[in-house]
Design a protein around this ligand. Structure first.
Ligand code: NAD
Length: 297
Protein backbone atom coordinates (compact mmCIF):
# COMPACT_ATOMS: atom_id res chain seq x y z
CA UNK A 1 0.00 0.00 0.00
CA UNK A 2 1.58 3.26 -1.08
CA UNK A 3 1.55 6.04 1.46
CA UNK A 4 0.49 9.41 0.06
CA UNK A 5 2.47 11.91 2.10
CA UNK A 6 0.16 14.68 3.28
CA UNK A 7 2.20 17.88 3.20
CA UNK A 8 -0.80 19.95 4.22
CA UNK A 9 -1.19 17.98 7.46
CA UNK A 10 2.51 18.02 8.34
CA UNK A 11 2.71 21.75 7.59
CA UNK A 12 -0.39 22.41 9.75
CA UNK A 13 1.28 20.66 12.71
CA UNK A 14 4.42 22.75 12.23
CA UNK A 15 2.39 25.97 12.03
CA UNK A 16 0.57 25.05 15.21
CA UNK A 17 3.84 24.58 17.10
CA UNK A 18 5.21 27.80 15.64
CA UNK A 19 2.11 29.68 16.81
CA UNK A 20 3.04 28.64 20.37
CA UNK A 21 6.58 29.92 19.83
CA UNK A 22 5.17 33.22 18.55
CA UNK A 23 3.08 33.43 21.73
CA UNK A 24 6.24 32.90 23.80
CA UNK A 25 7.94 35.74 21.92
CA UNK A 26 4.95 38.02 22.44
CA UNK A 27 4.87 37.22 26.17
CA UNK A 28 8.46 38.44 26.22
CA UNK A 29 7.41 41.66 24.47
CA UNK A 30 8.62 40.67 20.98
CA UNK A 31 6.40 40.61 17.91
CA UNK A 32 8.26 38.68 15.21
CA UNK A 33 8.18 40.61 11.96
CA UNK A 34 8.87 39.57 8.38
CA UNK A 35 9.37 42.19 5.68
CA UNK A 36 8.76 41.02 2.12
CA UNK A 37 10.18 43.19 -0.64
CA UNK A 38 8.58 42.92 -4.07
CA UNK A 39 10.17 44.59 -7.08
CA UNK A 40 8.42 43.11 -10.09
CA UNK A 41 5.00 43.21 -11.73
CA UNK A 42 4.51 39.48 -12.21
CA UNK A 43 1.19 38.10 -11.06
CA UNK A 44 2.83 34.91 -9.76
CA UNK A 45 5.23 36.87 -7.53
CA UNK A 46 2.37 39.01 -6.26
CA UNK A 47 0.49 35.81 -5.36
CA UNK A 48 3.53 34.29 -3.61
CA UNK A 49 4.05 37.45 -1.55
CA UNK A 50 0.43 37.69 -0.49
CA UNK A 51 0.43 34.00 0.52
CA UNK A 52 3.52 34.58 2.65
CA UNK A 53 1.92 37.62 4.24
CA UNK A 54 -1.24 35.69 5.04
CA UNK A 55 0.69 32.71 6.45
CA UNK A 56 2.55 35.06 8.80
CA UNK A 57 -0.55 36.79 10.03
CA UNK A 58 -2.32 33.51 10.70
CA UNK A 59 0.19 32.56 13.40
CA UNK A 60 0.74 36.07 14.76
CA UNK A 61 3.86 37.12 12.86
CA UNK A 62 3.64 40.75 11.69
CA UNK A 63 4.06 40.97 7.93
CA UNK A 64 5.32 44.13 6.27
CA UNK A 65 4.60 44.43 2.58
CA UNK A 66 7.26 46.56 0.90
CA UNK A 67 6.79 47.38 -2.80
CA UNK A 68 9.29 48.98 -5.13
CA UNK A 69 8.45 50.10 -8.63
CA UNK A 70 10.05 47.70 -11.12
CA UNK A 71 11.39 50.70 -13.09
CA UNK A 72 13.05 52.27 -10.05
CA UNK A 73 16.85 52.40 -9.90
CA UNK A 74 18.56 49.41 -8.27
CA UNK A 75 19.77 51.67 -5.46
CA UNK A 76 16.20 52.11 -4.29
CA UNK A 77 16.01 48.40 -3.54
CA UNK A 78 19.40 48.35 -1.82
CA UNK A 79 18.58 51.45 0.26
CA UNK A 80 15.29 49.87 1.31
CA UNK A 81 16.98 46.62 2.33
CA UNK A 82 19.62 48.59 4.27
CA UNK A 83 16.86 50.38 6.19
CA UNK A 84 15.17 47.07 6.99
CA UNK A 85 18.53 45.60 8.06
CA UNK A 86 18.94 48.47 10.52
CA UNK A 87 15.47 48.19 12.06
CA UNK A 88 15.36 46.28 15.33
CA UNK A 89 11.67 45.45 14.94
CA UNK A 90 12.25 43.61 11.64
CA UNK A 91 13.61 40.09 12.19
CA UNK A 92 13.28 38.54 8.75
CA UNK A 93 13.72 40.03 5.27
CA UNK A 94 12.84 38.35 2.01
CA UNK A 95 13.37 39.89 -1.41
CA UNK A 96 10.92 38.12 -3.72
CA UNK A 97 12.54 36.59 -6.77
CA UNK A 98 12.86 37.65 -9.55
CA UNK A 99 14.10 41.22 -9.39
CA UNK A 100 14.35 43.21 -12.66
CA UNK A 101 17.31 42.69 -15.00
CA UNK A 102 18.94 45.96 -13.99
CA UNK A 103 19.25 44.72 -10.39
CA UNK A 104 22.19 42.29 -10.08
CA UNK A 105 21.04 39.03 -8.43
CA UNK A 106 24.35 38.49 -6.64
CA UNK A 107 24.07 41.87 -4.96
CA UNK A 108 20.50 41.19 -3.87
CA UNK A 109 21.53 37.95 -2.16
CA UNK A 110 24.38 39.71 -0.33
CA UNK A 111 22.36 42.79 0.63
CA UNK A 112 20.17 41.19 3.31
CA UNK A 113 21.73 41.00 6.78
CA UNK A 114 22.68 37.29 7.13
CA UNK A 115 20.98 37.24 10.56
CA UNK A 116 17.68 38.26 8.88
CA UNK A 117 18.12 36.18 5.72
CA UNK A 118 15.14 33.85 6.22
CA UNK A 119 15.47 32.45 2.68
CA UNK A 120 18.97 31.28 3.57
CA UNK A 121 20.47 32.45 0.27
CA UNK A 122 23.10 34.92 1.54
CA UNK A 123 26.60 33.61 0.65
CA UNK A 124 27.52 33.51 4.34
CA UNK A 125 24.50 31.33 5.08
CA UNK A 126 25.15 29.10 2.07
CA UNK A 127 28.70 28.62 3.39
CA UNK A 128 27.47 27.77 6.86
CA UNK A 129 25.04 25.21 5.45
CA UNK A 130 27.73 23.53 3.36
CA UNK A 131 30.02 23.45 6.42
CA UNK A 132 27.32 21.59 8.35
CA UNK A 133 26.47 24.53 10.56
CA UNK A 134 23.35 25.97 8.91
CA UNK A 135 21.88 29.15 10.36
CA UNK A 136 18.77 29.18 8.15
CA UNK A 137 18.07 26.12 6.06
CA UNK A 138 16.44 27.17 2.76
CA UNK A 139 12.70 26.57 3.04
CA UNK A 140 12.08 23.93 0.36
CA UNK A 141 15.00 21.61 1.24
CA UNK A 142 14.22 21.99 4.94
CA UNK A 143 10.56 21.21 4.27
CA UNK A 144 11.57 18.06 2.39
CA UNK A 145 13.72 16.94 5.32
CA UNK A 146 10.76 17.46 7.65
CA UNK A 147 8.41 15.56 5.32
CA UNK A 148 10.78 12.58 5.20
CA UNK A 149 11.13 12.67 8.97
CA UNK A 150 7.34 12.78 9.42
CA UNK A 151 7.02 9.73 7.19
CA UNK A 152 9.61 7.87 9.27
CA UNK A 153 12.08 7.78 6.38
CA UNK A 154 15.57 7.61 7.84
CA UNK A 155 18.04 8.76 5.18
CA UNK A 156 21.06 7.29 6.98
CA UNK A 157 22.99 5.05 4.60
CA UNK A 158 20.34 5.45 1.89
CA UNK A 159 20.88 6.30 -1.76
CA UNK A 160 19.12 9.57 -2.46
CA UNK A 161 18.93 10.87 -6.01
CA UNK A 162 18.16 14.58 -6.32
CA UNK A 163 17.04 15.57 -9.82
CA UNK A 164 17.93 19.26 -10.27
CA UNK A 165 20.90 21.37 -9.21
CA UNK A 166 19.35 24.78 -8.57
CA UNK A 167 20.64 27.03 -5.82
CA UNK A 168 17.25 27.06 -4.10
CA UNK A 169 16.37 23.36 -4.13
CA UNK A 170 18.78 20.78 -5.57
CA UNK A 171 22.13 22.03 -4.30
CA UNK A 172 21.11 22.96 -0.74
CA UNK A 173 19.08 19.76 -0.39
CA UNK A 174 22.02 17.61 -1.49
CA UNK A 175 24.22 19.45 0.99
CA UNK A 176 21.79 18.91 3.85
CA UNK A 177 21.35 15.21 3.09
CA UNK A 178 25.08 14.45 3.18
CA UNK A 179 25.66 16.16 6.53
CA UNK A 180 26.31 14.05 9.59
CA UNK A 181 23.37 13.58 11.90
CA UNK A 182 19.60 13.23 11.82
CA UNK A 183 18.01 14.00 8.46
CA UNK A 184 21.38 13.44 6.77
CA UNK A 185 23.97 10.65 6.49
CA UNK A 186 22.68 9.81 3.00
CA UNK A 187 24.68 8.92 -0.09
CA UNK A 188 23.57 11.60 -2.52
CA UNK A 189 23.66 11.81 -6.29
CA UNK A 190 22.72 15.09 -7.96
CA UNK A 191 21.34 14.70 -11.49
CA UNK A 192 20.68 17.57 -13.88
CA UNK A 193 19.95 18.48 -17.47
CA UNK A 194 23.32 17.14 -18.65
CA UNK A 195 23.06 13.82 -16.83
CA UNK A 196 23.43 10.79 -19.10
CA UNK A 197 20.75 8.19 -18.43
CA UNK A 198 18.73 9.73 -15.62
CA UNK A 199 16.72 6.52 -15.20
CA UNK A 200 19.85 4.51 -14.40
CA UNK A 201 20.33 6.76 -11.38
CA UNK A 202 16.73 6.97 -10.22
CA UNK A 203 16.30 3.16 -10.50
CA UNK A 204 18.94 2.49 -7.89
CA UNK A 205 17.69 5.16 -5.47
CA UNK A 206 15.96 4.54 -2.15
CA UNK A 207 14.66 8.11 -2.29
CA UNK A 208 14.11 10.22 -5.43
CA UNK A 209 13.56 13.95 -5.15
CA UNK A 210 12.40 15.49 -8.43
CA UNK A 211 13.11 19.21 -8.71
CA UNK A 212 13.69 19.83 -12.41
CA UNK A 213 10.70 21.94 -13.38
CA UNK A 214 9.90 19.45 -16.17
CA UNK A 215 6.34 18.13 -16.23
CA UNK A 216 6.18 14.43 -15.33
CA UNK A 217 9.88 13.86 -16.02
CA UNK A 218 10.08 10.87 -13.66
CA UNK A 219 7.65 8.01 -14.23
CA UNK A 220 7.13 4.59 -12.71
CA UNK A 221 9.41 2.87 -15.22
CA UNK A 222 12.32 4.89 -13.80
CA UNK A 223 11.76 3.71 -10.22
CA UNK A 224 12.41 0.55 -8.26
CA UNK A 225 9.82 -1.09 -6.07
CA UNK A 226 9.58 0.62 -2.68
CA UNK A 227 11.21 3.95 -3.58
CA UNK A 228 10.21 7.05 -1.61
CA UNK A 229 9.32 9.78 -4.11
CA UNK A 230 9.32 13.50 -3.33
CA UNK A 231 7.93 15.69 -6.09
CA UNK A 232 9.01 19.32 -5.83
CA UNK A 233 7.87 20.39 -9.30
CA UNK A 234 5.06 22.86 -9.80
CA UNK A 235 4.18 23.07 -13.47
CA UNK A 236 1.13 24.74 -14.98
CA UNK A 237 -0.50 22.59 -17.60
CA UNK A 238 -3.45 23.73 -19.73
CA UNK A 239 -6.62 22.07 -18.51
CA UNK A 240 -10.35 22.35 -18.71
CA UNK A 241 -10.65 23.93 -15.25
CA UNK A 242 -12.01 27.24 -14.02
CA UNK A 243 -8.51 28.74 -14.12
CA UNK A 244 -7.70 27.15 -17.48
CA UNK A 245 -4.79 25.17 -16.05
CA UNK A 246 -3.88 22.63 -13.42
CA UNK A 247 -0.71 22.11 -11.39
CA UNK A 248 1.33 19.05 -12.25
CA UNK A 249 4.58 17.87 -10.68
CA UNK A 250 7.85 16.59 -12.07
CA UNK A 251 6.65 13.05 -11.37
CA UNK A 252 4.05 11.11 -13.34
CA UNK A 253 1.99 10.40 -10.25
CA UNK A 254 -0.12 7.41 -11.29
CA UNK A 255 2.68 5.21 -12.60
CA UNK A 256 5.12 6.32 -9.87
CA UNK A 257 2.56 5.48 -7.19
CA UNK A 258 2.51 1.87 -8.42
CA UNK A 259 6.19 1.53 -7.53
CA UNK A 260 6.63 3.91 -4.61
CA UNK A 261 6.32 3.00 -0.95
CA UNK A 262 5.52 6.67 -0.28
CA UNK A 263 4.98 9.64 -2.56
CA UNK A 264 4.15 13.33 -2.26
CA UNK A 265 1.25 14.66 -4.34
CA UNK A 266 1.19 17.94 -6.29
CA UNK A 267 -0.37 20.07 -4.99
CA UNK A 268 -0.41 19.27 -1.27
CA UNK A 269 3.07 17.81 -0.84
CA UNK A 270 6.20 19.94 -0.74
CA UNK A 271 4.47 23.29 -1.44
CA UNK A 272 2.82 23.75 1.97
CA UNK A 273 6.05 22.68 3.67
CA UNK A 274 8.04 25.40 1.90
CA UNK A 275 5.55 27.95 3.21
CA UNK A 276 5.69 26.58 6.77
CA UNK A 277 9.49 26.61 6.88
CA UNK A 278 9.59 30.32 6.04
CA UNK A 279 7.59 30.88 9.22
CA UNK A 280 10.03 28.60 11.05
CA UNK A 281 13.00 30.69 9.92
CA UNK A 282 11.26 33.93 10.85
CA UNK A 283 10.48 32.69 14.37
CA UNK A 284 14.07 31.42 14.69
CA UNK A 285 15.43 34.78 13.54
CA UNK A 286 13.25 36.68 16.03
CA UNK A 287 14.35 34.42 18.89
CA UNK A 288 18.03 34.73 18.05
CA UNK A 289 17.96 38.50 17.57
CA UNK A 290 16.13 39.17 20.83
CA UNK A 291 17.64 36.46 23.03
CA UNK A 292 14.21 34.96 23.73
CA UNK A 293 14.38 31.19 24.03
CA UNK A 294 11.90 29.70 21.54
CA UNK A 295 11.11 26.06 20.90
CA UNK A 296 11.20 25.12 17.23
CA UNK A 297 9.37 22.12 15.75
P1 NAD B 1 15.46 25.54 -11.85
O1 NAD B 1 14.87 25.74 -13.19
O2 NAD B 1 16.27 26.61 -11.22
O3 NAD B 1 16.37 24.24 -11.88
C1 NAD B 1 15.94 23.07 -12.50
C2 NAD B 1 17.05 22.05 -12.47
O4 NAD B 1 16.59 20.87 -13.09
C3 NAD B 1 18.30 22.48 -13.19
O5 NAD B 1 19.40 22.28 -12.32
C4 NAD B 1 18.39 21.54 -14.39
O6 NAD B 1 19.72 21.13 -14.65
C5 NAD B 1 17.55 20.36 -13.96
N1 NAD B 1 16.89 19.73 -15.10
C6 NAD B 1 16.17 20.36 -16.07
N2 NAD B 1 15.76 19.46 -16.99
C7 NAD B 1 16.22 18.26 -16.58
C8 NAD B 1 16.12 16.94 -17.10
N3 NAD B 1 15.46 16.69 -18.24
N4 NAD B 1 16.74 15.95 -16.43
C9 NAD B 1 17.40 16.18 -15.28
N5 NAD B 1 17.51 17.41 -14.74
C10 NAD B 1 16.93 18.42 -15.38
O7 NAD B 1 14.27 25.09 -10.94
P2 NAD B 1 14.00 25.17 -9.34
O8 NAD B 1 13.86 26.56 -8.95
O9 NAD B 1 14.93 24.27 -8.60
O10 NAD B 1 12.55 24.50 -9.33
C11 NAD B 1 12.33 23.19 -9.81
C12 NAD B 1 10.85 22.90 -9.80
O11 NAD B 1 10.40 22.94 -8.46
C13 NAD B 1 9.99 23.93 -10.53
O12 NAD B 1 8.87 23.26 -11.08
C14 NAD B 1 9.54 24.88 -9.45
O13 NAD B 1 8.32 25.50 -9.75
C15 NAD B 1 9.38 23.92 -8.31
N6 NAD B 1 9.54 24.50 -6.98
C16 NAD B 1 8.63 24.12 -6.06
C17 NAD B 1 8.74 24.56 -4.76
C18 NAD B 1 7.74 24.09 -3.77
O14 NAD B 1 7.64 24.68 -2.71
N7 NAD B 1 7.01 23.03 -4.05
C19 NAD B 1 9.79 25.40 -4.40
C20 NAD B 1 10.74 25.75 -5.35
C21 NAD B 1 10.61 25.27 -6.65
Amino acid sequence: MTSIIDGNAVAADIREELADSVATLKDAGVTPRLATVLMNDKQASETYVSMKQRDCEEIGIAAEDVRIDSDAPAEELFDTVAELNAREDVHGILVQDPTPDHVPDERVLSAVDPAKDVDGFHPENVGKLVAGNARFKPCTPHGIQKLLESEGVDTEGKEVVVVGRSNIVGKPLANLLVQKGAGGNATVTVCHSRTDDLAAHTRRADVVVAAAGVTELVDGSMLSEGTVVVDVGINRVDADTEKGYELVGDVEFESAKEKASAITPVPGGVGPMTRAMLLYNTVKAAGEQTGVDVTLP
